[in-house]
Design a protein around this ligand. Structure first.
Ligand SMILES: NC(=O)c1ccc[n+]([C@@H]2O[C@H](COP(=O)([O-])OP(=O)(O)OC[C@H]3O[C@@H](n4cnc5c(N)ncnc54)[C@H](O)[C@@H]3O)[C@@H](O)[C@H]2O)c1
Length: 304
């Protein structure tokens, strides 16, 4: 996608941080913006700020964990703007830090529920609508560099973000034929309000194994105040959409750590000489199976 003029952009977490930066950058580039966020007051303020600078913006208060509300939000976008979004930004996320061995079910359920479940809900809600619109589009999901390596202090977050990277790799392959691009953004540090995320924890996920208090929040602010400006980050995202780039990781300080991590994985793979005949048979079996399943699926589609 090269022009953002009159595109419809649905941005989860659009009321703050990275999401609000995306609303500003894509709004200034001519897109109509939907700010979808769980905090109603922040949604109203974001829409007012965008509107004040001449951007067409609509706000929806949405908990991305709520599937019925998500479908209603999608209907609302079509009612307001007359079409499905052509740009989907799965940006909303929450985090909480504590030792992996202390992690409770509520920690897992909330953090994975928002960061992975919320993205799944976005994809299942919008992908069929984007395909049905017949228009080229682009989806950007915000993961994290934490999704590219394990973490002993943010294990549920890291696991959810890892799943999101993998999911976007799959969707990118699947959606190419519909001219829908898919990118995954892996930030390292954003100047945002994520330090306050624990305040959004719903009562039903209240039993945390971590320490969440004003002191832990202040300590996180000390990191994020030095993070990348959300507008600058969104400009990297815009360039990545224009180049139809899968991975968006505009953080040079992460290069060596990521290289060491992925080298360790690749180095653990046996060389081909270790089992050439077995490797050939397994590869062939998989390719034959995939070709057969693709044929069956195409026939089923054709029969509809
Ligand atoms: N801040 C960082 O350093 C950093 C690093 C890597 C990745 N990220 C990711 O970037 C994304 C944006 O975060 P941010 O740093 O801008 O934080 P932020 O807190 O400023 O913005 C996140 C927004 O998501 C909203 N939100 C939270 N739960 C929601 C829910 N259930 N439904 C709808 N909206 C919800 C919040 O209200 C908030 O407005 C997140 O996915 C986060 O995990 C952030």
């Amino acid at each position: 996608m090269q022009s953002f003029e009159n595109q419809i952009a649905f941005i989860t977490g659009g009321a703050s941080g990275a999401g609000f930066g995306q609303a500003q950058v894509f709004g200034r580039a001519g897109a109509k913006i939907v700010v979808a966020d769980i905090r109603a007051e922040a949604v109203a303020k974001a829409v007012a700020d965008l509107t004040a600078e001449g951007i067409t913006a609509h706000g929806i208060t949405l908990d991305i964990m709520d599937r019925a509300a998500y479908a209603a939000a999608a209907d609302e976008v079509e009612a307001v703007f007359g079409a499905a979004p052509t740009l989907l930004f799965n940006t909303a996320g929450v985090n909480s830090f504590g030792p992996v061995e202390n992690t409770s079910y509520d920690d897992f359920d909330w953090i994975i529920g928002v960061n992975l479940g919320g993205v799944i809900n976005g994809m299942v809600t919008f992908v069929p609508r984007m395909i049905a619109s017949g228009k080229p589009g682009h989806i950007v999901t915000t993961s994290s560099v934490g999704g590219l390596m394990g973490s002993a202090l943010a294990a549920p977050y890291s696991a959810a973000k890892a799943a999101v990277v993998n999911l976007m790799e799959g969707y990118r392959m699947g959606l190419e034929k519909y001219q829908i691009g898919v990118s995954v953004l892996c930030p390292a540090n954003i100047k945002s309000n994520i330090a306050e995320a624990s305040k959004l924890r719903p009562a039903q996920f209240g039993q945390s194994g971590y320490v969440e208090n004003e002191d832990s929040i202040a300590s996180l602010h000390s990191i994020h105040q030095h993070g990348m400006d959300p507008v600058e980050l969104a400009q990297h995202v815009k360039a990545a959409i224009e180049a139809n780039q899968l991975y968006v990781i505009p953080y040079p300080e992460m290069k060596d750590a990521l290289r060491a991590h992925f080298d360790a994985i690749v180095d653990s793979v046996l060389p081909l000489e270790a089992d050439p005949e077995g490797a050939r048979l397994r590869t062939e079996a998989l390719q034959n199976w995939a070709a057969d399943r693709a044929r069956v699926f195409m026939e089923k589609q054709g029969a509809k």
